[in-house]
Ligand binder design. Structure first.
Ligand code: MG
Length: 371
């Protein structure tokens, strides 16, 4: 089967700059891609690099793929191009992997559309979070994320206590330091979280308190405190995730599916190692986000069945079609997708917009090109 590759670059403005320990972020740029067979079937992918997280740059992805545009090649030739690319081209691995596996009918379909309660909403940093959460709560969100490590630790921890106490008891609050703390300030932060836990106001987890170079300290911290720690910047792609696992990390992994490399390889590893995984957005469009949703559901779907079979004895296939359906509430962590209010709408969130195979015509590609 011969294929043609087309690329479309997109630029989307943040409604307001997003401030993290990496600095302010004003514009999301990425690539949408189409693979088209000679018989007119198409599949789509997205390449949304995040160089601050160790992926290739957008320019590097374009330079790799541009020579393939409007030339005929086979799936094997495209796969070889990816195999020969440096390991950190994980956003390209995802985008091309998604398009190829769709074309081959191997990519899982999302089984359910998440409701706001299944999605963690990102709050603005600093004191603005206090005013921002009620509106998101009213929209149905029950899990929130707040960035820290941006200003001094003392005022941030005072704000953290204030924020946690202002939230309803059943709300979940996760924190993200983007690797911006020192060992001493991480300990201070975790102690505050543990104190809140003692008072019945726990923090769900603290994301990446220290930079990826301090994995041993992260492992020690995860053992020393009640509050869970999640790795994020440490595990950009599957190879880094495997490395952290091999070195003894057994806490939570944040998987930014759209920059994590080949999607099926990531699903397979998470499934087979019983990992605690939070799937998260990288401000990709709805196209890649739907694919990451399908990954999250594919990772936890079989685990539910495996757990049932452990209780019941030998593995038995589910008896009714209903028992195969994973409820969104079965996902152990809310999806880190609550970022759409930060960007102008992309028009790609329509659940009828297919990431499925064998689309004919150019309407969808036109829609992608206009987003
Ligand atoms: Mg993070």
């Amino acid at each position: 089967m011969k294929l043609q590759l087309s690329l479309r670059e997109y630029r989307r403005q943040f409604r307001q700059p997003l401030h993290t320990a990496h600095g302010p972020w004003r514009e999301r740029r990425g690539l949408l891609l189409r693979l088209q067979t000679s018989s007119g079937y198409s599949s789509y992918g997205e390449i949304a690099p995040l160089p601050g997280f160790g992926t290739e740059t957008l320019e590097a992805a374009i330079a790799l793929l541009q020579p393939c545009q409007h030339q005929s090649f086979s799936i094997d030739e495209l796969a070889l191009l990816l195999d020969n690319a440096p390991i950190h081209y994980s956003a390209t691995q995802f985008g091309i992997g998604l398009a190829i596996t769709q074309l081959q009918g191997q990519f899982p379909r999302p089984v359910q559309t998440p409701a706001p309660r299944d999605i963690c909403a990102l709050l603005p940093s600093g004191a603005a979070a206090l005013a921002a959460w009620p509106q998101l709560w009213n929209q149905g969100h029950r899990t929130f994320k707040w960035k820290l490590g941006i200003r001094g630790i003392e005022p941030e921890l005072r704000l953290l206590v204030q924020l946690r106490r202002s939230l309803p008891a059943q709300a979940k609050l996760r924190l993200d330091a983007n690797g911006g703390l020192t060992l001493a300030t991480a300990q201070q932060c975790l102690q505050t979280c543990d104190d809140l836990h003692q008072q019945g106001q726990p923090i769900e987890f603290l994301e990446q308190p220290l930079p990826p170079t301090q994995l041993n300290d992260l492992i020690q911290l995860n053992r020393a405190y009640t509050t869970d720690i999640a790795l994020d910047e440490s595990v950009t792609g599957l190879s880094q995730l495997k490395d952290c696992y091999d070195k003894g990390w057994r806490g939570i992994f944040v998987v930014k599916g759209a920059i994590a490399g080949h999607p099926l390889a990531m699903i397979e590893f998470c499934r087979s190692h019983d990992l605690k995984v939070v799937f998260s957005s990288v401000f990709e469009t709805g196209l890649a986000r739907q694919a990451v949703l399908a990954m999250a559901q594919a990772v936890y779907q079989p685990r539910q069945e495996i757990q049932r079979s452990k209780i019941a004895g030998p593995a038995v296939p589910p008896k009714t079609p209903e028992s195969k359906v994973l409820a969104m509430a079965d996902l152990p962590y809310a999806l880190g997708f609550g970022v759409s209010h930060w960007l102008q709408p992309d028009g790609l969130d329509d659940q009828h917009l297919p990431i499925a195979l064998n689309l004919r015509g150019t309407a969808l590609w036109q829609q992608l090109s206009n987003c």
